[in-house]
Design a protein around this ligand. Sequence first.
Ligand SMILES: [Zn+2]
Length: 495
Amino acid sequence: MKFTLLAHQVRALDMLRHSLASGKRRPMLQAPTGAGKTVLGAAIVEGALRKGNPVLFTVPFLSLVSQTVERFAEQGINSVGVMQGFHPATDADQPVQVASIQTLMRRKLPRASIVMIDEAHRWFDFYGKWMAMPEWQNVPFVGLSATPWAKGLGKHYDDLLIPTTTKALIAEGFLSPFRVFAPAHPDLTNVRTVAGDYHEGQLSDAMSQPVLIADTVATWLRLGEDRPTLCFAVDRAHARKLADQFEAAGVATGYVDMDTPPDERQLIGERLKHGQIKVVCNVYTLTTGVDWDVRCIILARPTKSETLFTQIIGRGLRTAPGKADCLILDHSDTTLRLGFVDDIHHDHLDMGPHQKSNGSRKDRETPLPKECPACSRLKPAGIRKCPSCGFEPERQSAIEERHGELIALKGRRKDKREATHDEKQRFYSMLLWLQQDRGYAPGYVAHKFKDRFGIWPHGMMEHSVEPDATFLNWIKSRQIAWAKQKKKQEAAHAA
Ligand SMILES: [Zn+2]
């Protein structure tokens, strides 16, 4: 072997071996940023070659083909052929074939004893058809992904291997620790959700308000410590506005999007490295900043996607000499919504909308972070004293809490009969839809459910359903009742 494997990489190979030995044929290997996915992939390829097994390595984009070949070469794997147009490395006789899914869809599939699927969280229906072909039933398909959390992956892959986690990699010094500040809370109430994430056009408009752009730059000037910074925007228009504002404030700034040619991208990386530019505004791509020494991330792109969030923050978690931590300026409320990236964890693959579930898809063990009201540092729930500024909030007064409960009790409508489980589920699903659509805190669903039925939700499925008029009227009536009650209370206080 031409490379030394780290403990978690050895563990990954062991887990994979056991999975295949136990009869699994569609294992998914989770390798977070910093776990050395390339080295792992190369080690698996090398293991197969030693046994004389040809390997087919697939990537989700044409642009990743050459990069993959280069990385294999770095690991000493040279018996590689490429399937892609008239690529100079075309050689069908080589035991390792690298191909994009787009090419494979149009060609006769080559023979292989093992198929590796890189960036496997990106699902293509073609994979499903391929995996289902009789002649491929016994051939292992190994998925590789830092974030194998896409909906329905569990219907196609039969095992999830987690040899290490972001938290463990930080603790072991393979990744940089990070600090998050949430200096702004954008209003996204009018931004719709499409396919699980914010509607991009509406999001771009919401985030492009001059006051938000100006605040992003002002915050960086105040907190950014002049660090080499990657700023993530919603789309090109938004990224350009941010870049212009940084330039206007006298900060040397670069700009990258998916159409920036590789050599220009590399030049921008060099300039960032040498301090000639401080901030690079960009729209997320698979390749931007992968190996740059980034010490501050500006997240100006709100997302509901744990995958996108994790990939963006991952850009700042590489270790480097003299780098104590990564500073994250989250202008998107994403950390408050999804939690710290190293707290995002799924024990199993998602089984799609009809999955059997114990009521929770998110298997979240850690409560969401809390914001320090003095300095906007996000701290783990339960930590009262701010690790940044030392501020310690006073405990909420018991009277206030009692008032809250009183209102809820008094306002609750008494149903003549007990609601059925299906009715409760439907109500729950509509609450879930509303919470996701309006970006309310996750606790909203349980509280509103209790408000309606007098009990906390239990055994509900986590799928959302678009609210009907009756439901929306009820929500509205509760808001009105609450507002009236509050007014009365304020009047009483004033008297
Ligand atoms: Zn603080």
